[in-house]
Design a protein around this ligand. Structure first.
Ligand code: 4NP
Length: 163
């Protein structure tokens, strides 16, 4: 069976989407679903292509047991809509920018990541780049909740079993 492919998207692919990538990858492993689901991340902008995650993102992730060291930024491309099943955007600007390059033959579902964290009132993962460390703590709280919700959604829709 083809793997279900999930792509996390923000603006720069150095803060929010790498955090979402690292957390979701850990959830896939914890649930024994590496054979069934894979995750990647990208940014709608190309400013940071090839860069490692922001140090503050890596530190907050590490403090909660996630390792982002091997991730490198890349830019979202129209072809991603053909290769992925789910494209999850962190905020509304990311959603609009992704929608603008979605090809007509897209197979990916374009969704807002925080739709999977209904316990939070927020609908966007706020951009932490120009703020302080506390912004990264909050991003991680949102991302962990949405990752759990997304995994539950995918498991239910695709009736996946652990290996
Ligand atoms: P991200 O954060 O979209 O969560 O990766 C940002 C990273 C870089 C910039 C903005 C947001 N920037 O303007 O360079």
């Amino acid at each position: 069976m083809a793997k279900i492919r999930v792509l996390m998207v923000c603006l720069g692919n150095i803060c929010r989407s790498p955090m979402a990538h690292g957390v979701f990858a850990a959830r896939i492993r914890e649930h024994g679903l590496e054979h069934a689901i894979e995750v990647d991340s990208a940014g709608t902008a190309g400013y940071h292509v090839g860069a490692k995650p922001d140090r503050r993102a890596s530190q907050e992730a590490r403090s909660r047991g996630y390792d982002l060291d091997d991730l490198r930024a890349r830019q979202l491309e129209p072809e991603d809509f053909l290769e992925f099943d789910y494209i999850l955007t962190m905020d509304d600007a990311n959603y609009r920018n992704a929608e603008a390059i979605r090809p007509p033959e897209a197979r990916a579902k374009l969704l807002r990541f925080l739709d999977f964290a209904p316990q939070f009132d927020e609908h966007e993962v706020p951009d932490p780049y120009y703020g302080g460390d506390e912004g990264f703590v909050h991003v991680m709280d949102l991302v962990e909740a949405a990752a759990d919700g997304l995994l539950a959604h995918i498991r239910e829709r695709h009736t996946l079993k652990a290996s």
